[in-house]
Structure formats: C-alpha cells, structure tokens
Design a protein around this ligand. Structure first.
Ligand code: GLV
Length: 327
C-alpha cells in the first residue's frame, strides 16, 4: 500500500536533526532561509498541509485555521502559546501542543542573568568601558546593589518560577511568591518560598520577577499602579511575555525613579520595543533569548516535532494543550 505521508509546514529555520526526524514521518515544507511568513503567505502555504510546526512569531488564529481545512495539528516551538487561538483550534478539531519542561532551567538562568546584570549594571558599565569612560578605580564608582540576602518576589510559580526560586537558595535570599493557586507545601519548602498577595510581594521585594503566562487576565498585570507599590530601590525582571508589563508605564517609572531598574527579555510589540528603553541606563535589554541555548532550543524543536508526528499518527501528543479536542 502506498500511503501518503502527511504534509507539514515548518514556518521557521530549525536544526537539521529536527528536519531529519520530521522527514522520516512527513513530507516537509521547510523554511531554512528563515524568512518569516506574512499572514497571507502563511495561509497559502498552509492550505494543503496536515500539520504546522510554528513559533511564537506566527499568529495561528481562526481566520488562518479556516483556510487550512486539512490541518490536524499545530506544534508550537515554545512553552507559551498565546500566539495560538486554542479555542479556535479545538472548535476545528485541531490539536495544539507546546514544549514545556525542556526550557525551565535555561529560562530560569536567563532571569538570573537579568537580575545580576541589572543589579550590578553590567551592560551599562560595559558600554562605558567601550566608550573610553573608565579612567581608573574609584570607591564610589558605578555602585550597584546586592542580590545576595535580598528579597526575591516571583509572580507566577510554575515550573520556571520554581527553578528561579531554587537558584535563590545559593544567594541566601528571602523568597516570596504569588500565584493563582498556592503550590504544594513540599514545593514551597523545596523553593524556600512563602506565599503572599501580589500587593505584599510588590511592597516587600527587592527583585520582582514575572513568570506568568500571557493571557487577557495577565495583560498589563504590572502597570503604573503596581510599579508605584514597589520599593524605589527595587528591580523588575520580565522574562516571560511582552504585554504582562505596561511598557509605557515602565519607561515612565524608570525615568522618574519610581523603581531602580529593570531587566527585560520580552516587550510589547516585539521586536519594535518602546524606543525610550534604548535611552535608559537603568534597564538591561535582551532580545527574547530566555530559552536560547543550543541544547535547549534543540530540545524544544525536537519536542515540537515529536508532538506533531504523534498527533498526525492519531496518538495523543505528549504536550497537548487542548485535550478537549479529542473528547
Ligand atoms: C519562549 O518564550 C517560550 O514560550 O518558550
């Protein structure tokens, strides 16, 4: 019997090993030139496909799904899936998957890099050295703040939030967290973390790290009012998703000294971040690289590929985010 292999579209460049695996099971339309698809081009490319492997730069909405009648599965190469209209997928019988777990430690490391980098002004002083401003040692030169023994407040205590908290043990920090639901007591003690309200966390923390997924409920979770509740000496880290913070309010707070600084990996309207950030020395900017180590990005792409192949074989993919789709 000559059974047709399912056809899948991979919207962005991936690793060769990912494509090799996909090609064992599927006919693959790749994009190794990594030219992002505009919405209309994406709809046209997807029209005859059974599967889609996409990234957070691709918007998978009801209009796109309506133009992909054969589509059975969408595999996002990301843990966050706010770029996918999941209810629309479910309504059309399309399985949607993400890549949880494999990126927790790398993303937690990056949140820490931003904390340490902002506290010790690493990117600012590096710019100053390169500009020839370093004329010699001075006692009061470019003073930072300590991370060790400070209070860390984590908003969103899922796997990544917990990984961030566990790293704080070595810095002997006090750890507070806020989450929709309190985590199990054994996890609280593993993380040495105490549950508090968001207002308590904002008022008491020296470092506020955001790790909630983006959704209508978390849109502008941190705006002008919340920034005012933070200590003027505090540092805000957004390593989760743009839109969780009201970036214009954050720019104003950084300019006015409402808070001391911010470390950001994500922005509203990426990659067109608010240009005012570029002129501020008290913000450390990274270009959405939370999970970007070679090992982790390879693991994410491979997990997305496994999810896609499993779904197209009619199995329950390991990371199905819309289990209702199968009923
Ligand atoms: C990256 O931002 C992800 O959601 O995996």
């Amino acid at each position: 019997m000559n059974e047709r292999k399912p056809r899948v579209l991979v919207t962005r460049e991936v690793f060769d090993e990912t494509l090799d695996y996909l090609r064992l099971h599927c006919e693959v339309i790749d994009n190794q030139k990594d030219q992002p698809y505009a919405p209309e081009a994406l709809a046209q490319a997807l029209a005859g496909c059974d599967g889609l492997m996409c990234a957070l730069t691709d918007r998978v909405d009801a209009a796109l799904l309506a133009r992909a009648p054969r589509l059975k599965a969408v595999a996002n190469i990301a843990v966050g899936y706010n770029n996918i209209d999941v209810p629309a997928c479910t309504a059309r019988g399309v399985m949607a998957t993400n890549t949880p777990g494999v990126l927790d430690d790398s993303t937690a490391d990056l949140a820490w890099a931003l904390m340490l980098g902002t506290a010790r002004r690493i990117t600012e002083v590096e710019r100053r050295i390169r500009a020839g401003e370093w004329t010699g040692w001075r006692l009061k030169q470019w003073l930072g703040v300590d991370v060790h023994h400070a209070t860390l407040g984590i908003v969103g205590m899922g796997r990544i939030g917990q990984a961030i908290a566990r790293r704080a043990l070595g810095f002997e920090m006090k750890v507070l967290y806020h989450n929709r639901k309190r985590i199990a007591p054994e996890l609280e003690s593993k993380c040495n973390a105490a549950y508090v309200t968001l207002d308590e966390l904002l008022a008491q923390s020296d470092f506020v790290v955001l790790q909630v997924p983006y959704s209508p409920e978390t849109h502008h979770l941190i705006g002008a009012a919340q920034l005012k509740k933070m200590k003027p000496s505090a540092i805000l880290i957004n390593s989760t998703r743009g839109g969780v913070v009201d970036d214009s309010a954050l720019v104003a707070a950084l300019k006015q000294g409402t808070i001391r600084g911010a470390g950001l990996d994500v922005y509203e309207n990426e990659p067109k971040l608010n240009p005012e950030f570029l002129g501020l020395d008290n913000v450390v900017l990274a270009p959405h690289i939370g999970s970007s180590t070679e090992a982790t990005r390879k693991a994410m792409a491979m997990l997305a590929a496994r999810n896609l192949v499993a779904a197209l074989k009619g199995e329950v993919p390991p990371n199905l985010v819309n289990p209702d789709v199968r009923r």
